[in-house]
Design a binder for this molecule. Structure first.
Ligand SMILES: Cc1cc2nc3c(=O)[nH]c(=O)nc-3n(C[C@H](O)[C@H](O)[C@H](O)COP(=O)(O)OP(=O)(O)OC[C@H]3O[C@@H](n4cnc5c(N)ncnc54)[C@H](O)[C@@H]3O)c2cc1C
Length: 644
């Protein structure tokens, strides 16, 4: 396996233009001769499928939900970044590039990060043209708010429903193509295998989640836009259905998996209320614009009503420790600091498993400065959601928040064209590793998904097809197609026929998630990771022996669906921990306790780890092969992140 980033050379700001100027095109009349499979209809897949359909390719789009509109992207609340500089506060493409690369702790690829910043403005134009109802200033210009890791306001938003509104835009574009006949939409279809013929991705195998029918679909190339793997932790802010199956199946067929240990823990989630909870809820990071984070200074105050604790006894720990960025430090920094104060016994809220894991996010000062109406206009639906879940009114008492697993910066390794190490297989959106390094800044995932879908794939897929031109026909009776179908059938048979069926897949997932959260979550160390690596194969073995899946494979069977996804998390978790152990440095969200400054900040080791870790599947889950893509910084020299 060889990693070639295929980045264009020359000045950073010219690379994307140069790449498009010199890439191969497919003649409009020839596009309909090519079939492109897009798995996923969230922001990345929906935008990609719609744009490729509009170009005239014959697109087949797959999603496991009953409608593209139910993709996890719909959950995104806070906003989407772009360097429009409407606020005249000094923003620019360069600054967005700078903040993203620095925010990712210099573990991202410079060319990709620049391209993302460059494309950001076109995304907003495209979405506005579609009618996405972004918030506006009184004068009519689009409004912006601030997110962590930036000193400018560049986040475009639609109240707390930005993902939903953007997805409606992409969905409309997709529906238009479905109506025009260029996109064939397959909902309730789950990809369970990748078809690789002569080393080239040529299709997928799906299972209908309604009838259980297993089908092979062949194409000229395949795009995976299947989202992230944050649910490996079991408890996360992701939709319950989000999973790593498509990416993991591709990995097993030869696609390198990059930086799996880069997982983002979001600082502002509603804390876990009990040990049997199965889902966590995000409170948008945008709340940190106006909410002040604090805990009591004294342990004896943690059970007192927050309103009864005087100002002098409140510890505004982010404002004190990071005076420049205050409550707007990046997510990894905010999360770790919440952990530290709770580990010090200053956490608030109910005790779960012997600890109070909560800090206050307080709007009292904003309400008295701006008025309740203004706060309601900005965050009304988030406040309502919080009250519905906790029964507490955040206009009257501070919210309680705590970090939770939220996003995956790691993913399938892709080159500048978003192509994986399997020719003909592309990965877009959260499913790839490409643009955020070791820590993603808030509001940058939507930007990346739409950049990949609306602007990058339409060119790079054409460039690939224009280069390979006439691919040999693959028929459904081809040995490699039949082999992929058989692998799916065998696996389903195994899931349905465990020798000692006694526990649900969810029980195993909960056990795995608790282990990974504990040993490979917000903080990691060598001993804990080794412990996790010893336990994961043992949990996996028990899973295959004891998993209980009632019913059959030939019908609607949600337990079977879940069991298949958990089985893949069982394998993936091992790679995640191997990567975390191998990366013997701290960077961004990957915090190795052995490598921290006296003040508890991440300490990178650029000499040994300034690279992307891309893992190749060898057939032995415990012994994947590491490939390194060196990271070269021409424009922005790596520095120690400081938000003080
Ligand atoms: C609560 C929450 C709030 C967020 N808020 C923000 C925000 O304000 N700003 C921001 O920038 N980011 C935010 N994010 C992150 C952002 O929402 C996601 O990173 C982004 O939406 C992912 O988009 P995607 O298109 O890559 O994947 P998804 O939206 O997850 O879509 C995945 C698609 O793949 C399909 N799929 C998956 N596996 C299979 C399979 N095996 N077979 C068939 N189909 C499959 C699914 O059906 C779905 O259509 C938030 C995340 C969460 C959890």
């Amino acid at each position: 396996m060889e990693l070639n980033s295929n980045e264009p050379t020359g000045p950073l700001e010219d690379r994307w233009t140069k790449h498009r100027d010199h890439g191969k095109l497919v003649n409009p009349a020839n596009r309909r001769k090519y079939t492109v499979i897009v798995v996923g209809s969230g922001l990345a897949g929906g935008a990609g499928a719609a744009s490729l359909g509009e170009l005239g390719y014959n697109v087949k789009c797959f999603a496991f939900q009953d409608s593209p509109r139910r993709a996890h992207s719909i959950a995104a609340q806070g906003g989407i970044n772009a360097a429009k500089n409407y606020q005249s506060d000094g923003d620019s493409v360069w600054r967005l590039f700078h903040d993203t690369l620095k925010g990712g702790d210099f573990r991202g690829r410079e060319s990709n990060t620049w391209r993302l910043a460059e494309i950001s403005n076109a995304i907003i134009d495209q979405c506005v043209a579609q009618g996405v109802p972004f918030a506006r200033e009184y004068g009519g210009l689009l409004a912006n708010r601030s997110f962590g890791g930036a000193q400018v306001s560049r986040t475009f938003y639609a109240r707390g429903q930005t993902g939903q509104q953007l997805l409606i835009g992409a969905y409309q574009a997709l529906e238009r193509q479905i109506g025009a006949g260029t996109v064939e939409m397959h909902t309730r279809s789950e990809m369970l295998e990748l078809i690789v013929v002569d080393g080239v991705a040529r299709g997928i195998v799906t299972r209908s989640l309604i009838t259980g029918k297993i089908e092979a679909h062949v194409a000229d190339c395949v795009v995976l836009a299947t989202g992230g793997y944050a649910n490996v932790f079991y408890l996360s802010t992701n939709a319950k259905g989000s999973n790593c199956t498509a990416a993991w199946r591709a990995h097993r067929q030869g696609a390198a998996f990059a930086n799996p240990c880069y997982t983002q823990i979001h600082p502002t989630c509603i804390p876990q209320a009990g040990e049997h909870q199965s889902k966590l809820t995000l409170m948008s990071e945008s709340l940190r614009n106006d909410g002040r984070i604090w805990v009591p200074r004294k342990k004896e105050d943690v059970t007192k009503a927050p309103g009864s604790i005087p100002e002098k006894d409140r510890f505004y720990y982010l404002e004190e420790r990071y005076p420049t960025f205050g409550n707007l430090v990046p997510r990894d920094v905010a999360s770790r600091n919440a952990k530290y104060v709770c580990d010090d016994g200053l956490g608030v809220g109910p005790e779960v498993a012997g600890q109070r894991r909560g800090v206050y996010l307080d709007f009292a000062a904003s309400i008295s400065r701006l008025g309740k109406k203004e706060v309601e206009d900005r965050y009304g639906n988030l406040f309502e959601m919080y009250e519905r879940i906790t029964g507490e009114n955040p206009y009257q008492v501070p919210m309680r928040i705590y970090p939770a697993s939220h996003y995956a910066m790691g993913g399938l390794w892709v080159d500048y064209n978003l192509m994986t190490t399997i020719p003909g297989l592309f990965a877009a959106g959260e499913a790839n590793f490409s643009d955020h390094g070791a820590n993603r800044l808030g509001a940058s995932a939507l930007m990346q998904g739409l950049s990949d879908g609306y602007f990058v794939l339409p060119f790079t897929v054409g460039n690939y097809l224009g280069t390979v031109r006439d691919l040999p026909e693959v028929r459904l009776d081809h040995a490699d197609v039949k082999g992929a179908v058989e692998r799916v059938e065998n696996r389903i048979h195994r899931l349905l026929n465990a020798p000692k069926p006694s526990k649900t897949a969810d029980e195993f997932h909960r056990e795995l998630g608790a282990l990974i959260w504990d040993k490979c979550g917000m903080a990691r160390n060598e001993a804990g990771l080794k412990e996790a690596l010893a336990k994961i194969p043992e949990i996996r073995e028990r899973f295959w022996e004891q998993v209980k899946v009632p019913g059959t494979g030939e019908a609607f069977n949600q337990t079977l669906e879940r069991a298949g996804r958990v089985a893949d998390f069982m394998e993936f978790a091992e790679l995640l921990s191997i990567d975390a152990l191998n990366r013997d440095e701290s960077c961004g969200a990957h915090f190795r306790e052995e490598h921290q400054s006296e003040e508890g900040e991440a300490v990178r080791d650029d000499e040994h780890f300034q690279h992307v870790s891309a893992w190749e599947f060898t057939g032995d889950l415990g012994k994947p092969k590491l490939h390194k893509e060196p990271l070269v910084f021409e424009r922005l020299k790596p520095s120690t992140r400081s938000y003080k």
